[in-house]
Design a protein around this ligand. Structure first.
Ligand SMILES: [Zn+2]
Length: 537
């Protein structure tokens, strides 16, 4: 009996120790822990195919991590314990899957594509203790076979409401990569600023990227009101910087999806080219307030009657498509109140000529025409779920944000869908009840538990219809997020929760287990100098 008791204590201790160590986020599809440990220190060897550029880069990333976290790198040599990074067509876990085996004398990460190898390395990083003991890191022996549940594991950052420098965008991409997020949407244009250089229309960034203060607005509660008549706040990415961001993300197996908003959320364009773009021909200044515009008087739509509008958008999209190699180009399409179009002679003429009965059909015409252009360049459009109204463009994908109805309708009509409902995916909401009055944020309350509880496949869909759900995306709108530290705070740990929703098998998800893994994740973030909203407070 005493022996049995000791055995139980021993098992308890071992399982506890393991529970502390195995803190991979998102949780792998299959994991079995074995006895023994691999001891990682500077004597270990790193073995990989030096002729494969992508594999070399992945090895370098791992070494950079060791250097930053523990102060040493490992090299390739033939002696001693080794970490092997291997590409092998024998691994049948898809493009992003990998096998990770930790034995006492070797660690092997094997994948059929570099994408999977990169994710295997992310998992290995999560297996390392936060602190080395005498330069040594104990890694438990185990076997992992892993692959993602969804193809689209996305996050969007709004760089229009507040502008973030390239250095932060790179840090942000690194954070996404840590949790195997593979799609990064940049919300590049909105009423509050145009953030991408377009060579054909220099005014978009010379003027449209800057908010000029009237001295009264409180759009930026963190840095105070604008100064009357002075360019106070703004910024944009040059085309060279965009190329740098796209390449930086690509090296980390992340696709950058650009978003160019139309026909609404376009004041920054109206500010610069009013005669061509506005129904009235009147300019609308880059908006100085953080919140969405509530009065329809203030909402200009890009004119759907003028040919100049389409010429402008095609020229803009031509440069955007050149810069971003993504399969999808996001064209916005949300929150277009049609009052302006109803009063516009050019828009009314278009409706008469085309035989439209309402402005929803005009919006559908607008989006379909843009889709035709984007398709002619070999790309596809994706838009917020309002693009369903008046008839969806033939090849368009839908990002379902106003709930799940838009996503359900689109999937039933055989269109691809990314689920991104405000209820579970909007990171501009407060994450803690007690902070509701402490600082401004948009809308309601979204704690990490709720993000974690999200199931992206709606019950209403058949098995076949469910295959149209590409995945899930969280969105960080930045009306009230002015600093990089605050952006990190709003992002984490809700991003980790979404990463698990997007990657991990449904049956393996358990919040209490996720919370345990977050403990060491928090320690890692602290050591890396990344801010987060500690949900334990
Ligand atoms: Zn018009």
């Amino acid at each position: 009996m005493k022996r049995l008791f000791h055995l139980i204590i021993l098992l308890f201790t071992v399982s506890n120790a393991i529970a502390q160590v195995i803190s991979i986020i998102p949780k792998p599809a299959e994991l079995s822990v074995k006895s023994g440990t691999f001891l990682l220190n500077s004597e270990c060897s790193l073995q990989f195919d030096a002729a494969n550029e992508e594999v070399v880069r992945i090895a370098d990333f791992f070494n950079d991590y060791l250097q930053n976290m523990y102060g040493y790198k490992i090299e390739e040599h033939s002696e001693g314990r080794a970490i092997h990074l291997k590409i092998s067509s024998r691994v049948k876990l898809g493009k992003e899957g990998y096998v990770l085996k930790v034995e006492q004398n070797s660690i092997a990460i094997t994948a059929s594509e570099p994408n999977g190898l990169f994710y295997g390395v992310q998992s290995l990083k999560h297996l390392l203790p936060i602190e080395a003991k005498d330069g040594e890191l104990k890694i438990p022996c185990l076997d992992i076979e892993d692959q993602p549940r969804f193809k689209w594991r996305g996050n969007m950052l709004d760089v229009s409401r507040h502008f973030f420098p390239v250095s932060f965008i790179k840090k942000y991409i690194d954070i996404l990569a840590m949790y195997k997020i593979n799609t990064f949407q940049m919300h590049l244009t909105d009423d509050q600023g145009w953030r991408i250089e377009i060579e054909k229309y220099p005014l978009l960034t010379e003027k449209g990227a800057w908010r000029v203060g009237t001295g009264e607005e409180a759009w930026n509660p963190f840095v105070g009101p604008a100064i009357k008549g002075k360019p106070k706040y703004g910024g944009f990415y040059s085309q060279e910087e965009i190329k740098e961001i796209v390449q930086y993300a690509k090296d980390r197996f992340i696709t950058v999806v650009p978003e160019i908003e139309m026909p609404a959320h376009s004041r920054s364009a109206h500010d610069t080219y009013p005669a061509e773009l506005s129904c009235t021909g009147e300019p609308y200044l880059v908006f100085n307030m953080p919140d969405s515009i509530t009065s329809d008087f203030e909402i200009p739509l890009l004119c759907a009657g003028k040919e100049e509008t389409f010429l402008f958008l095609e020229n803009v999209l031509e440069e955007v498509i050149e810069l971003f190699p993504s399969e999808y180009i996001h064209i916005g399409g949300d929150e277009a109140l049609k009052t302006r179009w109803e009063k516009c002679p050019a828009c009314n003429k278009r409706m008469q000529d085309e035989g439209f009965n309402n402005t929803q059909e005009l919006q559908s015409y607008f989006i379909k025409r843009i889709e035709k252009y984007v398709n002619s360049k070999g790309r596809k459009i994706i838009g917020w779920d309002e693009i369903l109204e008046g008839g969806l463009a033939p090849n368009a994908a839908v990002m379902s944000w106003r709930g799940t109805e838009g996503g359900i309708a689109a999937a039933k009509a055989n269109h691809k869908v990314v689920m991104s409902p405000t209820t579970h995916c909007y990171l501009d909401y407060h994450q803690f009840q007690h902070e509701k009055n402490a600082y401004p944020a948009v809308g309601s309350f979204l704690p990490v538990e709720k993000v974690y509880s999200y199931e992206p496949i709606p019950e209403e869909l058949s098995e076949k219809e469910a295959t149209y759900i590409l995945g899930v995306q969280t969105n960080l709108w930045t009306e009230y997020v002015a600093t990089t530290k605050h952006a990190e705070y709003m992002l984490l740990p809700r991003l980790q929760a979404q990463a698990e929703v997007a990657w991990t098998k449904k049956g393996l998800k358990e919040f209490s287990d996720f919370e345990k893994r977050l403990e060491s994740d928090y320690q890692r973030l602290e050591k890396m100098g990344i801010n987060f909203g500690d949900h334990r407070r």
